[in-house]
Ligand binder design. Structure first.
Ligand code: SAM
Length: 230
C-alpha cells in the first residue's frame, strides 16, 4: 500500500493496542485518517484543521455510508470537525485520550512549531501523542527531488533532528517517547531509515491520576508540579 495508508494503519493500530477510545487529529485536512478510524474501536474522534474551506469540503465524507448500516460497529462512533490551530487553547479539545499529528509539523513556521508542545503536552496532556513527519535521511532515494517533498513544507528533518525535538519535549513534560519508521525503502537502504518517521509519546503518570474531568486550571497545576519536581 502507499505510504500514507501505511501511516494511517500503523497509527490506528497503536491507538487500538493502547485501547484509546477518544482522539483529536490535528491537521486532519481531508479527514482521511478520521475515516480510516471507522475500522477501529475508537468512539469519539475530532479532526481539527486551520483551513476552514478544506473542512467544509471534506465533512460530507464523514457521513455514514450505506455499508455502515449493513455492517454495524460494536459501539457508536462520533466524528466531529473543528476549525482551529494546534497551538491555540480550545475548550472543545480538552479531555481526549490521544492526539495524532500526521504530517502536520513540517507545515508549521518555526514560531508556530515552538508553541505546539505547550498546547499539546502542557494544556491538553493526553495519555498518548503520536507525531509523524518525513525522514529527510531517506530523501537521497528520490533522485529527482529538488528541495523538499512538498512545496508547503517549511523543513524536513533527519532522524537526529526529529529526535532532538522530541527529547526537548520530554525534558519539560512528563512523557516518555519511542520511535518507529513507516514505509521501508528498497533492499540495502536500511541505514537511511524509513520514508516517514513517527514518535509515540506516552504520559508517565497513571492516566487515572490525571483527572481530565477536572477544571483545566487544576490539571495545569498538576502538570506544573510534575515539571518542577523532576
Ligand atoms: N494529516 C493529514 C493526513 O495524513 O491525511 C495531512 C495533513 S496536511 C499535509 C497538513 C495540514 O495541516 C493541512 O490541512 C493544513 O491546513 C493543516 N495546518 C497547517 N497549520 C495548521 C495549524 N496551525 N493548526 C492546525 N492545522 C494546521
Amino acid at each position: 500500500p502507499p505510504v500514507y495508508k501505511q501511516r494511517y494503519s500503523r497509527v490506528a493500530a497503536i491507538l487500538d493496542s493502547e485501547n484509546v477510545k477518544s482522539v483529536i487529529d490535528f491537521g486532519c485536512a481531508e479527514c482521511k485518517f478520521i475515516q480510516h478510524l471507522k475500522q477501529c474501536n475508537i468512539e469519539v474522534v475530532s479532526g481539527v484543521d486551520i483551513d476552514k474551506s478544506l473542512l467544509e469540503r471534506s465533512k460530507y465524507s464523514l457521513k455514514p455510508l450505506i455499508t455502515d448500516y449493513i455492517i454495524r460497529r460494536k459501539d457508536p462512533l462520533v466524528m466531529r470537525t473543528y476549525q482551529g490551530s494546534v497551538i491555540d487553547y480550545d475548550a472543545r479539545c480538552i479531555g481526549y485520550e490521544a492526539i495524532t499529528m500526521i504530517e502536520i509539523i513540517e507545515h508549521l513556521e518555526s514560531d508556530v512549531l515552538n508553541k505546539v508542545p505547550q498546547n499539546v503536552f502542557g494544556t491538553l496532556h493526553p495519555r498518548i501523542v503520536i507525531v509523524t513527519t518525513p525522514n529527510s535521511d531517506f530523501n537521497v532515494l528520490f533522485p529527482d527531488l529538488e528541495g523538499f517533498r512538498h512545496w508547503d513544507h517549511k523543513f524536513e528533518w533527519s532522524r537526529d533532528e526529529f529526535r532532538n525535538w522530541c527529547e526537548e519535549i520530554i525534558a519539560i513534560y512528563p512523557y516518555m517517547v519511542r520511535y518507529e519508521g513507516i514505509g521501508s525503502g528498497p533492499e540495502g537502504t536500511d541505514h537511511l531509515g524509513s520514508c516517514s518517521q513517527m514518535a509515540i509519546f506516552t504520559h508517565l503518570e497513571d492516566p487515572s491520576a490525571v483527572d481530565q474531568s477536572q477544571p483545566l486550571y487544576l490539571n495545569m497545576l498538576k502538570t506544573q508540579s510534575v515539571v518542577s519536581s523532576s
